[in-house]
Ligand binder design. Structure first.
Ligand SMILES: N[C@@H](CCC(=O)N[C@@H](CS)C(=O)NCC(=O)O)C(=O)O
Length: 201
């Protein structure tokens, strides 16, 4: 059976949980409590030498890096597909997955670092303001990419998952979509309503 090394609050582990739910796959969850540094223990470092969740084991394959894991699941369990079949559309979906994993993930992670990991009252407000400015630029870019599509690549894809995994944290991080991005706002609301996203939250 598929084994997911998971932490419930982790947005990167949530990506994998959403992909597993979309595919309707059964799996075993093994909790690695990152608040207790369990990810740095030698038993777990043997599974992910980077000492981070998620990691996944399936059929003798040992994997880490959330987007690599999602691509593996999509290759091994192709139904329903989570990338478009057309090579050009597929590449565009991967560009947007990469965009979610980089400027978007980095800005959200910067806010998490200040809000959740600094002692109360010691969050660096300048760092939060800068990360929120970066997020505005991300949302404005995604507004253009979405156009009239329902999801980033047309049908729901791995690219959407990269963003959806952070949505449950928006309230506590006080992340708001700017008024000039109505398509992003509607798309994030659609993502939040997907059963896979709800199940993984
Ligand atoms: N690029 C990695 C990032 C994984 C990551 O940073 N995971 C966080 C939880 S969301 C973690 O394990 N943090 C603990 C640590 O860095 O020690 C991925 O996408 O899998």
């Amino acid at each position: 059976m598929i084994k997911l090394y998971n932490f419930p609050m982790s947005p990167r582990a949530r990506k994998v949980r959403i992909a597993l739910a979309e595919k309707g796959l059964q799996y075993e969850k093994v909790t690695v409590d990152i608040t207790k540094d369990e990810q740095k223990k030698s038993e777990f470092l043997a599974i992910n030498p980077n000492g981070k969740v998620p990691a996944l084991q399936d059929d003798g394959t040992n994997l880490y890096e959330s987007s690599v894991i999602m691509e593996y699941l999509n290759d091994k369990y192709p139904t329903p597909p989570l990338l478009p079949a057309d090579p050009g559309q597929r590449a565009r979906a991967r560009v947007l997955l990469h965009y979610g994993d980089n400027p978007f993930d980095s800005a959200c992670a910067a806010i998490v670092g200040e809000v959740f990991f600094k002692p109360k009252g010691q969050a660096d407000q300048n760092a939060i303001t800068k990360a929120k400015q970066d997020l505005t630029a991300v949302f404005e870019h995604i507004e253009k990419e979405l156009g009239n599509r329902e999801y980033l690549a047309g049908p729901f894809s791995l690219a959407d998952i990269s963003f959806a995994s952070w949505v449950p944290l928006f309230g506590s991080l006080q992340i708001e979509v700017p008024a000039n991005c109505p398509r992003v706002k509607a798309w994030l609301a659609r993502l939040a309503e997907r059963p896979s996203v709800k199940a993984a939250s």
